[in-house]
Write a protein that binds this ligand. Structure first.
Ligand SMILES: Nc1nc2c(ncn2[C@@H]2O[C@H](COP(=O)(O)OP(=O)(O)O)[C@@H](O)[C@H]2O)c(=O)[nH]1
Ligand SMILES: [Mg+2]
Length: 515
């Protein structure tokens, strides 16, 4: 059996990614009402693709909107090959470039470029721009409307898949970065994601990080079909017992009980920046790993090495790839490879560089010192660990519990007071932890006494923006009905978008500001 592979789409908004996935797989991956009506992808979409030679690929369809690059990164993480779509009439656009940078820094070397909409426009000019941007890639002109170019595209994907080195079967402990969790009647908690390494089968004990929850795998599915064992490279759905579906979500890591992976707030890396985009000294960046992200500051160590000091935990392993994004103006500015996932806090020094270079070569340095503080047994449990300086505050279990509640509440989070009661905290203690979560990017304060999970808020924002684009404006009543929510949430969201300068109030309605 050939090794399982996952294919991810990439490319600017409206460049025909979702239409092409549909032409290839028969599956409509846009599911939200706004996605269907406006034809804009907001969430990740999934489908299975069987190539003519019988090889099966998992397909992840990503959004192209500039606001959703973090969703794109979460979808592109763990993919083996890309399908970059460039519209013949538009050519290379900003998110074409940014998605290419993300793919490069994630280390996805293989894939095919489709010049889409070639029924509308001669694909030649777009093909020339692509040759400059991705000189090594095969380029195929297609039209999803006329279903032309599809056999050629499939053949190019087959060739691309064959060039991949292929994974070693059963490489180590299982690691699955969760992109969704939900509950199914009669089955219970289900999480999905791409299995990065190892294999999983029913009965396995797993740990869910960063909170360190124990669970057991009840059953495993790949593309809606039950399997005995899922292998690295497959998109997998795991039914879990021992955890509620609301306790797990996008950004979490499901790993083997013996993996030894622990959440960390510091990572030593080798970095590479896009031309002309070095971060300013002390600039706050976003570090993306797996389906999770954390704000961080980068301390240069010299010689292309750096220490990332994180404000929220990540769960990387040596050799993993990270994507570095700038917040304002938002853009992907580089990538990094993990050399030490739990270093001490240190600055530039010859012995630091020497040690990291040794790790990079795969050697374990003689003085392999004990790891940094603050985490043990896979659980984050120190508020402020000894050795961590101010500005490197770590989140305690109560904070992570509040974050998990917000994530579970999704589009309708309970008020701050109810969060405190549920967690058994005094309001002032809860407020402190909510502020820490906001600083760490794990919660967003939307109104007095109301916080949202950032992923849920991003989707809601997107849906409201799409409504505004469609109707020219949005009202409280319109948002309430459109989102199927209550007046209270609709009002809080619109006022929040005004203060964030996404929209502007005009009488009783809110209109989009020009970006
Ligand atoms: N004429 C033509 N229109 C297309 C083609 N592919 C997509 N479209 C249209 O372009 C718009 C955007 O397509 P979509 O697949 O949603 O783009 P995405 O944002 O990249 O996923 C939709 O209105 C599609 O119907 C094509 O091959 N030819
Ligand atoms: Mg789309």
């Amino acid at each position: 059996m050939s090794t399982p592979l996952t294919l991810g789409t990439a490319g600017h908004i409206d460049h025909g990614k979702t239409a092409l996935v549909r032409a290839l797989t028969g599956r409509q991956t846009d599911r939200l009402p706004e996605e269907k009506r406006r034809g804009i992808s907001i969430e990740l979409g999934y489908a299975a693709l069987e190539l003519p030679n019988g090889r099966r690929l998992s397909v992840v369809d990503v959004p192209g909107h500039e606001r959703f690059v973090r969703t794109m990164v979460a979808g592109a993480t763990g993919i083996d090959l890309y399908l970059l779509c460039v519209a013949a009439d538009d050519g290379v656009m900003p998110q074409t470039r940014e998605h290419c940078a993300v793919l490069r820094h994630l280390g996805v070397p293989e894939g095919v470029v489709a010049v889409t909409k070639s029924d509308l426009f001669d694909p030649e000019a777009a093909a020339e721009e692509i040759a400059e941007l991705m000189p090594a890639a095969e380029v195929v002109a297609v039209s999803a409307r006329e279903n032309s170019g599809v056999p050629e595209l499939l053949a190019a994907l087959e060739r691309s898949a064959e060039r991949l080195p292929g994974r070693v079967a059963d490489e180590g402990e299982p690691r699955l970065h969760v992109d969704r969790s939900f509950t199914l009647r009669g089955i219970g908690t289900v999480v999905t994601g791409t299995l990065w390494s190892g294999s999983v089968c029913g009965g396995d004990r797993v740990v869910i990080l960063p909170r360190g929850l124990d669970a057991r795998v009840r059953s495993v599915q790949v593309h809606d079909e039950p399997v005995d064992r899922a292998m690295a490279g497959q998109r997998v759905a795991l039914a879990l017992t021992g955890v509620d579906w609301r306790e797990v979500g996008r950004g979490d890591l499901v790993c083997g009980g013996e993996s030894g992976i622990e959440p960390t707030y510091r990572i030593d890396v080798s970095v590479e920046f896009e031309p002309g985009t070095r971060p300013r000294r002390g600039e706050r960046l976003h570090v993306h790993h797996g389906t999770r992200e954390a704000p961080a500051r980068l301390a240069a160590l010299g010689d292309g090495l750096a220490q990332l000091r994180l404000e929220a935990p990540l769960m990387p392993v040596r050799g993993d790839r990270l994507v570095l994004r700038r917040l304002a103006p938002p853009d992907t500015i580089g990538g990094a490879v993990v050399l030490d996932e739990r270093p001490r806090r240190h600055g530039p020094a010859p012995e630091v560089v020497e040690r990291l270079r040794a790790l990079e070569r795969g050697e374990s340095p003689p003085d392999d010192s004990p790891h940094g503080p603050g985490v043990s047994g896979g659980r984050v449990n120190a508020t402020s660990a000894p050795g961590a300086s101010s500005g490197e505050q770590q989140l305690d279990t109560a904070a992570l519990e509040l974050a998990a509640m917000l994530r579970a509440d999704g589009e309708r989070p309970r008020a701050d007071g109810d969060l405190a009661t549920e967690a058994g905290l005094e309001p002032s203690q809860a407020a402190k932890r909510l502020s820490a979560l906001v600083r760490a990017g794990l919660a967003v304060r939307v109104a007095r006494n109301l916080h949202f999970d950032p992923v849920a808020l991003e989707t809601l924002t997107a849906r409201i923006v799409v409504m505004c684009e469609r109707d020219g404006q949005a009202t409280i009543g319109g948002v309430r009905d459109g989102l199927g929510t209550t007046r209270r949430y609709a009002q809080a969201l619109l006022e929040y978008l005004d203060t964030e300068r996404v929209t502007r109030r005009q009488g009783d309605s809110h209109v989009l500001r020009r970006r």
